[in-house]
Design a protein around this ligand. Structure first.
Ligand code: XMP
Length: 319
């Protein structure tokens, strides 16, 4: 009978057979898929694997520390932490258009990844956490409708560009199976259960032009919101939850003074695959308590709204 333990052993055998004694590069995003792929490949070939983690300055609070701490310090996996925040944020200056933001980030990501990965001598393979639904989607989408809702951030053309062959040990798995494999490999439960996070990061949760100041405000608000969700034991019931910083300032009153600060929107949805989504029905008490905490604890926000749009017609992210 089939078990995840047997799958893991077979996957390790196949990785060893495919790679031999060549070196492998793995792009870590901090998400579940690339993390499980990295740990599995590391079990198979040890230090022949080097991970590259690109910090584009659009990560959530504490995220870079969490990822580098886990991979470099806990698993002892060789890791290049590419601190390229300034390059991304400078390139995004004065760019309010959602598609242009996505394309700018995507283009730069490929350049930056290539630069850092290019310094790993003797690399012949690129590891990716491609799942079975990704394999099917790219096939079925090619014959599908030709309307682009959003340019997705991925590393599509990278292997050819860098002359690398692909290692994709999760190609036969669905998301829940990847989580099970992650448990089998001993990844912490808190990491395995993390909500999905998009490649362009906080850029698409900050509609309009991005600034460092806005990102700092958004990071704090998002952290308070997620803390609230965890404290109330709701994190695992929700597919994805996050704050978005709206490009509008509104008048408020605090103590005996006038405020003129940003408004933020909270989003939380349930979903099976991200293709459709329903709004999560928080209690009124939860929402008012969270709004109070955000306004009290986050400088720069004086108004909180809850986004009650399902997908469709809304998308999950704001851009
Ligand atoms: P939307 O906003 O299109 O998002 O309803 C559906 C799911 O996809 C995630 N998402 C992305 N993931 N690169 C990614 O890796 C992207 O460019 C991207 N855009 C959206 C989003 O977070 C949600 O889970």
């Amino acid at each position: 009978d089939w078990t995840m333990g047997a799958y893991r052993d077979e996957a390790i055998r196949m990785i060893r057979e495919q790679v031999g004694d060549a070196k492998v590069i793995c792009g870590l995003s901090g998400g579940v898929d690339s993390s499980v792929a990295a740990v599995l490949i590391h079990e198979a070939i040890g230090d022949q694997l080097t991970c590259v983690f690109v910090d584009h300055g659009l990560l959530r609070e504490g995220e870079a520390e969490e990822v580098t701490g886990m991979f470099r310090d806990h698993y002892n996996i060789p890791l290049i932490h590419a601190e390229e925040q300034d390059r991304f944020l400078d390139a995004l200056e004065g760019v309010p258009d959602p598609e242009e933001k996505r394309k700018t980030i995507g283009r730069l990501f490929i350049d930056v990844f290539q630069e850092h990965a290019g310094r790993i001598e003797g690399a012949a393979f690129l590891a990716q956490g491609t799942l079975y639904p990704d394999v099917i989607e790219s096939v079925s989408f090619s014959g599908g409708p030709s309307v682009t809702i959003k340019s997705h951030h991925n590393v599509g053309g990278l292997p050819e560009k860098m002359g690398l062959k692909l290692v994709e040990p999760l190609r036969e798995l669905f998301k829940d199976e990847v989580r099970e494999l992650g448990r089998e490999l001993g990844l912490p439960e808190r990491f395995i259960g993390r909500h999905p996070f998009p490649g362009p990061g906080l850029a698409i949760r900050c509609p309009g032009e991005i600034t460092r100041d806005k990102l700092a405000i958004l990071r704090r608000a998002d952290a308070v919101y997620i803390d609230q969700i965890r404290r109330h034991g709701l994190y695992d019931e929700i597919w994805q939850a996050f704050a978005a910083l709206l490009p509008v300032r509104t008048v408020g009153v605090m103590g005996d003074g006038r405020t003129y600060d940003y408004a933020c929107a909270l989003r939380a949805v349930t979903s099976v695959d991200g293709m459709t989504a329903d709004v999560y029905p928080f209690s009124h008490d939860f929402l008012t308590e969270t709004a109070t905490r955000i306004i009290n604890e986050v400088r720069g926000i004086n108004r909180v709204t809850y986004d009650i749009t399902s997908k469709p017609p809304g998308t999950i992210e704001w851009e």
